[in-house]
Design a protein. Structure first.
Length: 86
């Protein structure tokens, strides 16, 4: 499919230089970049967090407050990861 996209001059110069350095067509470089971004988005919701297993001498339950705190921590980590990839 053909489409027209406006790309800032400096970014286009860098992309052309990168394509030339790799010996690929600019079209292939752009396609690869799009695929990487889309794949990253698909995998963003699959962040796994490992919690340490702490043995207790007094068995208990996990409070709703502790679960909410863990969910907030995960959301913050995901935000940091998304901001870092931008």
């Amino acid at each position: 499919m053909r489409t027209r996209v406006e790309i800032p001059d400096e970014l286009m110069r860098e992309a052309k230089a990168q394509a030339a350095q790799e010996g690929v067509r600019l079209r292939d470089l752009i396609e690869r970049g799009l695929r990487l971004v889309l794949a990253e988005r698909r995998h963003a919701g699959r962040l796994r967090v490992s919690f340490p297993l702490l043995r207790s001498t007094r068995p208990g339950v996990l409070s709703a407050e502790a679960v909410r705190a863990a969910e907030e921590e995960i959301a913050q980590l995901e935000d940091v990861l998304r901001a870092g990839s931008s």
